[in-house]
Write a new protein. Structure first.
Length: 254
């Protein structure tokens, strides 16, 4: 008489464990790259390494004492131009950022040498095209942070993409048999709840900088739930079977 198959991670075959593990490892690397990307973009908004509340405020609400160009030149774009070139652009902005001065005082040449190699229509990156003066002019006004159009675009991408990632991570984790039901449900639900909180806090911070803390809290909660589900899943697939067998059914609420 054939034995019923045990529905838990430890009892799965090597092929299925390899499939699950391959996915988890690739997603983990992707998550780390996302953290690096955040540090190199939002994390440099205030000109200092490391993500802070000030970085979040500048990114979404803006630094309304300066123009967007000035904030970028003192933040994430600071390494892209010399002190002399940055000072020349800031002076040009303070003097009105006219097209005549752009053409006649060497500012255009500074942009061509330092900015336009990336900021052009052929770059394929979601950044403004600085071969068009009007795009530069728009960023020489008071910095009000991310536009509502960009928030809408990034919001729907994150909602769809991250939800799919956590669906599969959560599906694999749901086969872990060594986690109490309450803790398992909490770990699976947490990233979805805080994904909504995270996206909502972008919009709220755009309106009021006091909501910037919510962005960091929500992002931290998602990262912790991901790390917990990842570690438990990998442990139960590869380490726990070497210590003892497991005849529990992970999908039964015991």
């Amino acid at each position: 008489m054939a034995q019923s198959h045990k529905l838990n991670l430890a009892s799965q075959g090597t092929s299925l464990k390899a499939l699950f593990s391959g996915y988890l490892m690739v997603v983990a690397v992707g998550y780390l790259m996302a953290i690096v990307q955040i540090q190199l973009t939002h994390g440099l908004a205030d000109g200092k390494y490391g993500l802070s509340v000030d970085d979040i405020v500048i990114s979404y609400y803006g630094n309304r004492n300066n123009s967007l160009l000035e904030n970028k030149l003192s933040g994430s774009m600071k390494p892209m131009a010399s002190d002399e070139d940055r000072a020349a652009i800031v002076t040009w902005v303070h003097q009105g950022a006219t097209e005549a001065a752009y053409e006649g005082t060497g500012i255009k040449q500074i942009f061509e040498a330092n900015c336009i190699p990336c900021h052009n229509a052929d770059s394929g990156m979601p950044i403004p095209d600085y071969t068009e003066f009007k795009n530069i002019k728009e960023r020489a006004v008071v910095d009000t942070g991310a536009s509502f159009q960009s928030l809408a675009r990034v919001s729907h991408i994150h909602l769809f993409g991250i939800a799919f990632i956590f669906m599969f991570v959560g599906l694999i984790f749901s086969l872990a048999s060594g986690v109490p039901k309450a803790l398992k449900v909490t770990a699976i639900v947490t990233p979805y709840v805080f994904l909504i909180v995270d996206i909502s806090s972008w919009w709220l911070t755009k309106l009021n900088p006091n909501f910037a803390w919510m962005v960091i809290i929500a992002g931290g909660a998602m990262a912790m739930s991901f790390a917990f589900m990842w570690c438990v899943s990998m442990y139960e697939m590869w380490i726990m079977p070497k210590r003892h067998s497991d005849d529990r059914d992970a999908l039964l609420d015991e």
